[in-house]
Design a protein around this ligand. Structure first.
Ligand code: FNR
Length: 355
């Protein structure tokens, strides 16, 4: 992973690299996501007779080969000319879910077609920012459905854009000429062939989410959940799953590391719906730590961008394969066959508390 990260760093234009790597404000949440995993250790169980580990997981009715999903990230064609098509092909081949970003540089129908070309039952979920104009949201949902997406992922941690100091310093505010947010093309209110900017609104509420659910029969996943009361409400409202996320440290900089927010969310959900997590997952140990704390699966954002920038489809495939292999290896070392054999008491804080 480090090798791909270094290669991506050396190949990417520094402005694009900063856009991918950066976080909000002083980048505390960004750094804490990784640091919090590093502060945790795993207590293995021995002589458990667990046998060969399995990374398979069933999620929203689909059988996946790995509990590591691809988180939605914007603008993949800035990382590699094959862009989202390469990511979709690698995710499908890895037997995992691609959460396609609304801010993609490839239209969602092309993304799902690329995934299905590799594997007819490939799972692509569509990430959505609810738009202030209901007819714009409705058209995006219609397109995601027509493209064959099997779930919608509503990102709810962005009532305003985060302040990204690196982008401000670099003057990176828009896509360079020749690229567009293709899902935003030809929406209500745009001139023919034009694209709309993605809007964020602090006026959005649970009522808007309810209206969305009336528009679609697709399962709706809520992304950006950190408070246990919001997690409980998501389950009460009939959402399909939640993603514990601080947007990779790109929104509220004072947000806690996601792995630190996870246990309270898991307790509030009490097994009613799956809990996913993203933010700072870089190794199989991180994956197993999240699973032991009650996550059903995790997602990775930046590692996929590193793989894509470094080696295109093959690089994304390598990232997903490495994480799956490491996860299986760590499960075995922990005495677990799969997630069901893990327990929260296997996750402990590093450091000597008593001597
Ligand atoms: C993101 N993320 C994001 N989330 C989302 O819901 N819609 C989006 O368009 C984007 N775009 C985006 C761009 C870039 C460059 C990054 C790094 C992140 C957040 C993403 O889905 C996820 O929450 C984090 O990336 C997870 O953290 P790690 O794995 O990057 O540490």
């Amino acid at each position: 992973m480090r090798e791909l990260r270094d290669k991506a760093r050396s190949l990417l234009d520094p402005v694009i690299r900063d856009f991918y790597e950066g976080g909000a404000d002083s980048e505390t949440a960004l750094a804490e996501n990784e640091r919090a995993f590093a502060r945790l250790a795993l207590l293995p169980r021995i002589l458990a007779g667990a046998g060969q580990a399995s990374t398979a997981v069933r999620l929203l009715g689909a059988d996946l080969d790995t509990p590591v999903l691809v988180a939605p990230t914007a603008f993949h064609r800035l990382a590699h000319p094959d862009g989202e098509v390469a990511t979709a092909r690698a995710a499908a081949a890895a037997g995992t879910v691609l959460i396609a970003s609304m801010a993609a540089t490839t239209a969602v129908a092309e993304v799902t077609a690329a995934a299905r070309d590799v594997r007819p039952d490939a799972q692509v979920w569509f990430q959505l920012y609810l738009q202030p104009e209901p007819e714009v949201t409705a058209e995006l949902v219609r397109r995601a459905e027509a493209a064959g997406c099997t779930a919608l992922v509503v990102t709810a941690d962005s009532p305003v854009f985060g302040r990204h100091g690196r982008d401000e310093r670099n003057g990176f505010h828009d896509l360079p000429p020749g690229y567009a947010a293709e899902n935003m093309r030809d929406l209500p209110g745009t001139p023919p062939g034009g694209t709309r900017p993605i809007a964020m609104s602090p006026a959005l509420s649970w009522a808007d989410l309810r209206r969305l659910r009336e528009l679609t029969r697709l399962p709706v996943v809520l992304k950006g959940v950190l408070h246990p009361a919001d997690a409980a409400r998501a389950a009460d409202e009939g959402l399909a799953a939640v993603v514990v996320s601080n947007h990779g440290g790109r929104q509220l900089d004072a947000a806690p590391a996601t792995v630190e927010a996870l246990p309270a969310v898991v307790a509030a959900i009490a097994g009613r719906i799956p809990v996913l997590l993203d933010g700072g997952v870089r190794t199989g140990s991180d994956v197993v730590t999240a699973l032991a704390l009650g996550a059903t699966a995790v997602a990775v954002g930046r590692p996929v961008l590193w793989g894509l920038a470094a080696e295109g489809e093959d690089g994304v495939a390598r990232v997903l394969r490495t994480l799956r292999e490491q996860t299986a290896h760590v499960l075995t070392l922990c005495g677990a066959r799969d997630r069901a054999d893990l327990a929260p008491d296997q996750v402990v804080a590093r450091g000597i508390r008593e001597v």
